[in-house]
Design a protein around this ligand. Sequence first.
Ligand code: ARG
Length: 271
Amino acid sequence: MSAARTASFRRYLMCPPTYFRVTYSINPWMDPAKPVDPALALFQWEDLRDRYRSLGHAVEILQPLPGLPDMVFAANGATVVDGRVFGARFANIERRAEAPAHRDWFLSRGYSHVHDPQHINEGEGDFAVTDSWLLAGKGFRSSPLSHSELQEYFGRPVIGLELTDPHFYHLDTALCVLSGDEIMYHPDAFSPGSRSVLRRLFPDALVATRDDALAFGLNCVSDGRNVLVPAAAKGLLKPLRERGFEPLTVDMSELHKAGGSVKCCTMELRD
Ligand code: ARG
């Protein structure tokens, strides 16, 4: 067992699933023929929000908009580092209007650096922040061109990673930053070259099985100590504990019907 970890205070942005439904399909998880229980989705979302607050974190709320059923996945709306906001530009027409809604929120909250991106990127869905790097996914949603735009804006080295399995269409479905430069990921979600890059940069990473990844086990949120883990990803609990983390399970099964879980519902405001 490693020594216990220390949590650090976080600020998150979340958007309630008021209009959450599966009315179109833009990833293999989404089946519009399968019914969604909006009341259950709201219950699960509120539970996640309350967990963050009971851990002492701040949760800001973005007002949901009718006609944008995926807006609950707030992580896709921007990437915030050092109080600077790199806006999103969605790949699919169905979600395009979410980007200006996020942008307006940041402007109304007094953020003075809000970048309107030139290239397609889906915020923290494809961008992950470690102490040393910005990890950037491509292959399904974010354009490879967004990677250099990201590096230029934040002045941090960007490591581009190629996603190859449509079930893991966003980086945050295949990789999670636990603390500092520590990550967990599912290697088979990546191209062979990207897998080698990950092995080289993160030799001690927690490697997740396909079953845990398919249970959205990598779509976690960590505060450096507490890790909110989708409940079905049982295989991750022991290895997380062995590393000194405190895994806390949450049931996000209703949101899984749209291909998202804990992390997708949570944007971190790194002010
Ligand atoms: N239905 C949404 C989409 O396909 C899910 C987004 C999940 N968000 C995430 N950060 N992975 O765009």
